[in-house]
Ligand binder design. Structure first.
Ligand code: KIV
Ligand code: NA
Length: 265
């Protein structure tokens, strides 16, 4: 694929090719991720935690999401760029949801939007899709509702919640979503949902029976180090690598080792 589209992702599922997805919030990171051939870049509202240091995803604003998304879009040649609609930008009514989605598309150049929830947001999803804006769903653990859940534990372990999740997933596919994120649900349930849909299901903490995987990039490269859920595989330990580099630089400055004769004009 020269350029990933929403269509390519549905094709990949049909062909049995797994979809790789990572978050990014800025130009430099997005450049590396896109160059590495990751299929989908998510400008997640996890920027609220990772970039801004908030405890939840609730405080980040639509303007801030647009700033992050525009920075990412400038770096990307191949990946599909999906942008989270932040908390408060789509829950009140479908017209507001569409206005927010339009702002993201116009002002950031992103390729699609992601919204959390099922039948509660059905009308908003349909309205956005009617405007020609691709929508990715997000079910299971939906961090924008953390104050309703109370905890970040695994979702849909009980039958009632699992049944609702399956119905919501089907509804989102029928409405016209091109893909669906499932966060922190039992692998068996996630596999069942993936097998029942033709659109790809991309999991985070949802096991190996889905059509693709997504991780928060700062977690997978180990820049964060206090967040250690079971589903997280760390590919680097940048927290200690960067700490070592900064300490070395500090020491080199203090000891007058840096800059050397070759490092000056
Ligand atoms: O904001 C985010 O990073 C996400 C992913 C974890 C799916 O929504
Ligand atoms: Na998100």
């Amino acid at each position: 694929y020269k350029r990933i589209t929403t269509k390519s992702l549905v094709e990949m599922k049909a062909l049995g090719e797994k979809i790789s997805m990572l978050t990014a919030y800025d130009f430099s990171m997005a450049k590396i991720i896109d160059g590495a051939g990751i299929d989908v870049i998510l400008v997640g509202d996890s920027a609220s935690n990772v970039m801004a240091g908030h405890e939840t995803t609730l405080p980040i604003t639509l303007d801030q999401m647009i700033y992050h998304a525009a920075s990412v879009v400038r770096a990307v040649d191949r990946a599909l760029v999906v942008v989270d609609l932040p908390f408060g930008s789509y829950q009140s009514d479908p017209k507001e949801a569409l206005r927010s989605a339009i702002r993201i598309m116009k002002e950031s150049g992103g390729h699609a939007v992601k919204l959390e929830g099922g039948k509660e947001i059905k009308d908003s999803v349909k309205r956005i899709l009617n405007a020609g804006i691709p929508v990715m769903g997000h079910l299971g653990l939906t961090p924008q509702s953390i104050y309703k859940f109370g905890t970040y534990t695994v979702r849909a372990k009980e039958d009632a919640e699992a049944e609702k999740l399956k119905a919501d997933a089907l509804m989102l596919e029928k409405a016209g979503c091109f893909a669906l994120v499932l966060e922190k649900v039992p692998a068996k349930l996630a596999k069942e949902v993936a097998e029942s849909l033709t659109i790809p299901v991309i999991g985070i903490g949802a096991g190996n029976g889905v059509d693709g995987q997504v991780l928060v990039v700062h977690d997978m490269i180990g820049m964060t180090h206090e967040f250690n859920p079971r589903f997280l595989r760390r590919y680097l330990d940048l927290y200690s690598e960067m700490t070592k580099a900064f300490e070395q630089y500090r020491d080199d400055v203090k000891s007058r080792d840096f800059p050397s004769d070759e490092e000056q004009y």
